[in-house]
Design a protein around this ligand. Sequence first.
Ligand code: CAA
Length: 407
Amino acid sequence: MADVGVSDIAIHIPIYYLSHHDLAAARNIPVEKYTVGLGNKTMAIIPNWEDTVTMAANAAWQLLNKTGTDPDEIQQMVVSTESGVDYSKPVASYVQGLLKIGTQCRVYEIKHACYGGTAGLINSIDRLSQNSSSTKKALVIMTDIARYGFESLGEPTQGAGAIALLVERGPKFFTVDTSRNGVFSKNVFDFWRPSGHSVPIVDGKYSIECYLTALEGAAQHLRSNLGLKKENLFDILDYIIYHMPYSKMAEKAHKCLVEAEYKDLDSSSRERIFEESFKNMVAPGLRGVREVGNIYTGSVYMGLMSLLEEERERVEGKKIGVFSYGSGCGAEFFICDVKPNIKNIIKRLDFIKQLDRRKKISIDHYTHIYSKQDKDVIFFSPEVQNFKDNFTRFVFKGIKDHKRQYI
Ligand code: CAA
């Protein structure tokens, strides 16, 4: 296995959030349905001066900045999104321009619902692994606005955010032996957004079923690739991060994995294993989804940041199982082998700082923002001109002559 993997990670979370208490009150729903039934507390709301391009560029800018990476070192830049801004011109090209990435770089956008970012990451690791003399790096970005119909069942599972990962030889954070990965894909209609639709069509209950089927399939494949006979996945993993459209989904997924791995035990022993292992292996990675919501392609990587913020140096040298799921559907279960010293990465994560800087908005403000999305207007209002935020370098100015403008 080549020594290629991820050296660092950065996130961009929008400045606004809506509380699930306020949403529940407005929708006349008992708040426990959102806070206990779905397990979320607040969700990120993107202001009109941001979009998937600015979030991607803002996350990647932080990453390049904190790692001291010269944009010319980037040999491949993959941006994954399922909420892109154009049917043809990729988000990746806008980001290339904003970050001043050189022309000798392969730049493209990738889509496979929430799984696209993982496909981009695995491909980038494999690509750099093939080139033994290369000192070049790859930038993998996931950026999404999870938006559902106004007053729909999916509405409390909205969110927005972007993640950027730096992939290179001699990585400082973790490696992945991609030959062991478990995969599962199948043609299903669980969640999809036909061309021209601004929000997805979702068969909610069926989407959960498809997710769990994919988890079982990918876990089985991973187990077989690892050659596990007497041992199971719980014997070798220290933490697990599941794709999280809402935090309760991680609980459902973990229950499903415990049942599959401990088939021979009785149900009360399985319940005990579930409770203990959930608390130690899964719960430390849940803060992001509870406070930001679904960020689609970046979901598992926000889980990784949450885990690092919570567990700090305890993650050093550990094995983290990551289950990435995208509707449609495609899934991959892989293992991050964390390096023994990641103190510098932990020191400058800045995820909690970003959460703490956010401003709570009212339900009326949310309704106003929601109604303005997708409108072709110039937004460069005094509100945007006076906006100051340590984590936002690029903003969306508006659309002129069918061209998106950024500053
Ligand atoms: N107090 C406590 N809990 C309550 C409650 C109350 N008053 N009222 C309801 N609940 C519980 C329910 O028992 C249920 O819990 P379980 O799932 O453990 O049974 C939970 O709250 C949700 O309630 P419903 O079953 O009534 O669900 P819903 O009809 O409101 O829909 C949803 C939930 C399907 C997740 C919907 O929000 C949705 O469609 N979301 C978008 C799709 C999605 O996220 N799918 C997940 C898998 S697909 C995927 O992961 C890809 C992706 O990113 C989209």
